[in-house]
Ligand binder design. Structure first.
Ligand SMILES: *Cc1c(COP(=O)(O)O)cnc(C)c1O
Length: 360
């Protein structure tokens, strides 16, 4: 069966060359006589795999040595608890930007461990935009400011990063890590589930400034203490070996493609194909405010549920799948992460134009 264009928000498409390489090495990895799924994580052959994955990620994201890279499990959702448990003292406080459903969940979870201030929110506007944050918005004594760089469900992103005046900036980067260039030095901590832009589900990447390690609350479980994992090179217990291996292949693919800056350029061109159609349309309406549009998740609506269903049906028949929007927005969501080829986006843009010609 031929591969189709899969616009899923996550787990999402992986680059075909990565899948082919994983397939070639599946049964007998580099003459080891076993697959990566079957080998001891303490074996020299696996140690090389995890070390190379980290080194390649450091290379493509330009991660300074003062930041630790951790390969964890539990998804981005576990980070909603790990961040406050590690970065906020008992009885302390932290600031959160409420810019989407995951952002709201992160704040809600953190409130179990301290005082949480919502310092910006677009909830009243159903998260169609992202309010700016300046140093004067930061609460005195806050341990960190938490943002979601890309709001996967609503299709919004920060046009510019908040200035927090020295308070560590913590980012849930699950849906746009490696999709555009970010200066890691601007963040105290970055976390991301792998299954959108990095690899298979089961891996969570954390990038943390080393001086933020070692301050976990006394109640913090050992497995949720970043220091546990930093001190043991993400090998305190069995890591998600296979997911790390495939993510490593994705990092190498990005490097071969010219790095994150080259990928970002391509992503902006891909997103522009869809936003150009939306801006000229009398049928489709972009869901996100123009200044906060995501280049990873493009959200838009049609005038009726009937037209939405008809569009989804035609898209599926044309080999464009998983375009149904999240129920909080309705309509259509096209997730066009790094691995979505430009041909897939061109096919979607062309379908939108054909559909409009018939229905407008
Ligand atoms: C998908 C997503 C999450 C949830 O990730 P899990 O790995 O399923 O826990 C959290 N935040 C953002 C921004 C996401 O896109």
């Amino acid at each position: 069966m031929d591969r189709i264009f899969n616009f899923s928000a996550g787990p999402s498409m992986l680059p075909l060359p990565v899948l082919e390489k994983a397939q070639r090495d599946l049964i007998n990895y580099h003459g080891s006589g076993m697959s990566v799924m079957e080998m001891s994580h303490r074996s020299p052959v696996y140690e090389e795999i995890i070390a190379r994955a980290e080194a390649t990620l450091r290379d493509i994201m330009d991660i300074p040595k003062e930041w630790a890279v951790l390969f964890l499990q539990g998804g981005a959702s576990t980070q909603f608890a790990m961040v406050p448990l590690n970065l906020m003292p008992q009885g302390g406080s932290a600031d959160y930007a409420q810019t989407g459903m995951f952002a709201a969940k992160a704040a809600q979870e953190a409130a179990k461990f301290g005082t949480i201030n919502i310092i910006s929110s677009s909830k009243a506007d159903n998260y169609t935009h992202i309010p700016a944050i300046g140093p004067r918005d930061v609460t005195p004594g806050a341990s960190y400011v938490h943002i979601t760089t890309n709001n996967t469900i609503f299709g919004t992103t920060y046009p510019t990063l908040p200035e927090t005046g020295g308070v560590p900036l913590v980012a849930d980067m699950s849906s746009n890590i490696l999709g555009q260039v970010y200066d890691v030095r601007k963040f105290g901590l970055i976390y991301a589930g792998a299954q959108k832009n990095m690899g298979p589900a089961g891996l969570t990447v954390v990038i943390i400034r080393r001086d933020l390690l070692g301050h976990a609350q006394p109640i913090c479980p050992t497995m949720l203490d970043y220091k546990t994992h930093a001190d043991s090179q993400s090998m305190y217990n069995t890591p998600p070996c296979w997911s790390i291996y495939v993510a490593g292949l994705v990092f190498e693919w990005i490097k071969e493609m010219g790095g994150v800056a080259a990928i970002e350029k391509q992503n902006r061109e891909k997103a522009a194909l869809l936003y150009d159609v939306l801006d000229q349309s009398n049928l489709f309406t972009a869901a996100a405010r123009r200044d906060c549009r995501s280049i990873m998740n493009v959200t838009f609506t049609l005038p009726s549920q009937q037209l939405t269903d008809a569009f989804l049906k035609e898209a599926k028949a044309a080999g464009l799948v998983n375009l149904k929007g999240h129920r909080a927005v309705g309509g259509i969501r096209a997730s066009i992460y790094n691995a979505m080829p430009v041909e897939g986006v061109q096919a979607l843009a062309a379908l939108m134009q054909r559909f409009e010609a018939r229905h407008a």
